[in-house]
Design a protein around this ligand. Structure first.
Ligand SMILES: Nc1ncnc2c1ncn2[C@@H]1O[C@H](COP(=O)(O)OP(=O)(O)OP(=O)(O)O)[C@@H](O)[C@H]1O
Ligand SMILES: [Mg+2]
Length: 358
């Protein structure tokens, strides 16, 4: 029997191996956003949002299409003016000292922006020159980054021949050539297949373990936010509706557990017996001896269920207990499923690959 306690749905992606770095709540703030507002005419895209990101933290902005995530990033990275409120980047007010703020940051915008006609290495060199990285350090930094994003053997490949995931990794390397202290990534994995998404997560973990970096990442993938981020801010319709660690956010939802269990040849009355177990609120037979059992106490029901199966001589083929997920958190704070929202307006698709990988 396989027991998969607290398993999470991640769209077929396998869990990356890296450990989340420890988040230090007493560290100084790398980013401080205070009552920030962005208006386009009468429309308020960002509505009085405040938060602080600690030095060394991985901070996630989670929200559906149109929530205001990119607008927030654009204001914090000096790309668009702030209507009211303030954004401080490493102690620099972006409205008054944009150049000082810019020197501290690396930015990966939502759309892919690497030059298709250049090679991987040329794309990195151009950025290094643009940021005035001294010649001596340039090659060292590029070699190190190519290694970190696992593109060393593609360094001479033309960028147009890369897959979407590899191109994303190149852009992440490009955003780091000048050794920024704070790294902004706007939906780095949207449109990638599950394997490429995991490669990007692993790579971010890898980079984080080699460089002292604060990361602000936007996403609408719950599993990504859960696995990568020390803390998550949920944004909806321009407003910040919740902010905490993934664990605390999940604990704040009065949720139930789901047990997915498969038995070998269960008897006819098995569904009723499962229903009679402690704390069970519903039992849904799914065919092939599979049942989805909802309970208000996952561990107690699991114990009772396994004991009953052993006593009745019914083998358990597989069993998984799922805790409350960030999906439940999103529904709790916004009243809607994030997935439904995304289906209404899916704005971004990866461009077609013009050629084969070399
Ligand atoms: N230049 C603009 N002029 C007018 N409205 C804009 C402009 N830029 C963004 N908006 C609006 O502001 C809102 C927030 O947009 P934003 O791009 O920040 O959302 P997002 O959370 O990044 O969404 P997505 O997940 O689709 O990238 C949207 O309703 C968008 O239509
Ligand atoms: Mg966006």
């Amino acid at each position: 029997m396989t027991v998969d306690a607290n398993s999470k749905s991640n769209g077929g992606a396998t869990a990356p191996e890296f450990e989340k770095p420890a988040y230090d709540p007493t560290a100084p703030s790398a980013i401080e956003v205070s009552h920030i507002v962005k208006k386009y005419g009468d429309f308020t895209a960002v509505d009085d949002v405040s938060f602080a990101v600690k030095d060394g933290e991985i901070f996630g902005l989670l929200g559906p299409n149109g929530a205001g995530k990119s607008t927030l990033i654009r204001m914090m990275t000096t790309l668009i003016p702030i209507t009211s409120g303030t954004a401080m980047i490493a102690g620099h007010n972006v409205a008054n000292e944009p150049n000082a703020a810019r020197r501290m940051i690396g930015v990966i915008p939502q759309a892919l922006t690497s030059d298709l006609d250049l090679t991987v290495e040329e794309n990195l060199h151009i950025y290094a020159k643009l940021y005035d990285v001294p010649l001596k350090q340039r090659q060292r930094s590029i070699d190190e980054l190519l290694e970190l994003v696992d593109l060393t053997k593609w360094r001479d490949a033309q960028t147009k021949t890369l897959s979407g995931g590899m191109r994303r990794r190149l852009e992440i390397a490009r955003g780091l050539v000048h050794h920024p202290k704070i790294f902004f990534l706007d939906e780095p994995t949207t449109g990638l297949d599950p394997v490429s998404r995991v490669a990007v997560w692993e790579m971010l973990g890898n980079i984080k373990s080699h460089r002292q970096l604060t990361i602000l990442i936007t996403t609408h993938y719950m599993d990504e936010a859960d696995r990568l981020c020390d803390r998550i801010a949920i944004v909806d319709h321009g407003k910040l509706v919740a902010l905490d660690t993934p664990a605390a956010l999940k604990a704040s939802v009065p949720g139930s557990n789901v047990i997915e269990v498969q038995f070998e040849n269960p008897p006819e009355d098995w569904e009723g017996k499962l229903h009679a177990l402690d704390d069970v609120t519903s039992v849904q037979p799914e065919g092939g001896g599979m049942f989805r059992v909802l309970t208000s106490n996952g561990s107690r029901t699991t114990t009772g269920l396994v004991e009953m199966a052993v006593q009745s001589g019914i083998p358990v083929k597989s069993l998984s207990v799922q805790n409350t997920t960030l999906d439940d958190v999103f529904v709790h704070y916004t009243g809607r499923q994030l997935r439904d929202e995304l289906q209404k307006a899916y704005a971004f698709t990866m461009p077609q690959r013009p050629g084969l990988q070399p």
